[in-house]
Write a protein that binds this ligand. Structure first.
Ligand code: FAD
Length: 318
């Protein structure tokens, strides 16, 4: 490894940082923990520290440490929209769990209201909301993320997370206690500050007939199964759709379906998905993403924008 790479992969934590993290999280913090298992691509090098955070006070304590020591940190949800570099991530990676997974869904007059912690899975949220007849919930069904990750990504299909958000609570190193904020939503991104961790969200839906809402959701889930390689390790759509077109259509027309680099393959089923067909590294996926992007640009003059977040240290040497 070069000197630069050596530096980029060296842990930033001092012994006293590790001691503070153990005090906050006990057994729930691990050091030099590989991140692959926490992502849907099953790819990624180690985090200096990886902590499962179960309460708002713990998150606040970890943030105070990051602020005081100027340590980088990152929050991972289900890891279904991130490519973590093979060199891993410096600083602290947190994953929310415990009380952050709670969901309260209820009928309130003509509305269905869902209060959800940020680590609640979208599958559980959509299932509960559908039972109460939440109109539009089908557009969020089948997204394999958490509420927090889906809010940051403004995830969705024909309708998106932001269409249903009533309130958002966050914590950040500069303001570690939970506080409500206003977020603006755009196609697959938001104005949520880079350093804000969503801790809970309230969603509101118009109330309709529960049976027709459930049937519509089921039909969408079935359609998804036949058009997406959902059983393979991938991160869904890699590129955002350009204005007035589909990234998958352009990639297929560029002849890239089935292209491979190492263990990474452009899905033969859905051209905007890249599958890890066995032992893919982040470098394989990043190289394939670059080739696909170049081919589409050369043939159609369209510069595809990444939807997936590339995070951590990417190593360009063997
Ligand atoms: C098979 C498959 C199908 C998919 N289908 C769709 C689809 O139909 N529509 C769609 O939009 N997406 C889809 N996706 C992509 C992905 O599931 C969504 O983007 C999802 O919302 C990401 O949530 P996550 O919890 O996995 O986030 P992660 O991938 O863990 O993180 C994504 C980003 O959100 C940030 N983040 C995570 N949690 C928080 C938090 N609590 N606070 C602040 N920031 C946070 C992370 O730091 C990161 O920057 C699909 C993915 C797969 C694998």
């Amino acid at each position: 490894m070069s000197l630069t790479t050596d530096k980029a992969v060296a842990s930033l934590l001092r012994d006293d940082d590790r001691a503070v993290l153990r005090e906050i999280f006990g057994e729930r913090v691990r050091f030099d923990e590989p991140l692959g298992p926490y992502t849907s691509w099953k790819i990624g090098g180690p985090a200096d520290a990886f902590a499962v955070v179960e309460r708002e006070e713990e998150l606040a304590a970890a943030m105070r440490l990051c602020f005081k020591r100027r340590l980088p940190w990152f929050v991972i949800g289900s890891g279904s929209n991130v490519l973590v570099g093979d060199g891993g991530m410096r600083g602290i990676v947190v994953r929310l769990g415990g009380a952050f997974a709670e969901i309260d869904a209820r009928v309130d007059g003509d509305d269905v209201i869902v209060d959800a912690g940020a680590s609640a899975g979208m599958a559980a949220v959509t299932a509960k909301a559908a039972t109460l007849g939440a109109v539009g919930i089908g557009s969020l069904a089948g997204i394999p993320g958490t509420v927090g990750g889906s809010l940051r990504m403004n995830a969705g299909t024909d309708r998106e997370m932001g269409d249903f958000v009533r309130s958002v609570w966050v914590q950040s190193p500069g303001k570690p206690d939970p506080h409500a904020i206003t977020v603006q939503y755009f196609y697959r991104h938001t104005t949520l500050a880079r350093d804000a961790v969503v801790s809970r969200v309230t969603l509101a839906f118009e109330r309709g007939d529960p049976k027709s809402v459930r049937d519509e959701m089921q039909a969408r889930l079935v359609r998804r199964k036949s058009t997406q390689p959902i059983a393979l390790p991938n991160a869904g759509s890699c590129f955002r759709n350009p204005e007035g077109d589909k990234a998958a259509r352009l990639i297929e027309a560029a002849g890239a379906k089935g292209w491979r680099v190492g263990g990474a393959e452009v899905s033969p089923l859905h051209a905007n998905f890249i599958n890890n067909v066995g032992g893919a590294t982040a470098r394989d996926v990043a190289t394939l993403l670059a080739r696909v992007r170049r081919a589409v640009h050369e043939q159609f003059g369209v510069e595809l924008q990444l939807e997936v977040h590339l995070v951590g240290v990417f190593i360009d040497e063997t």
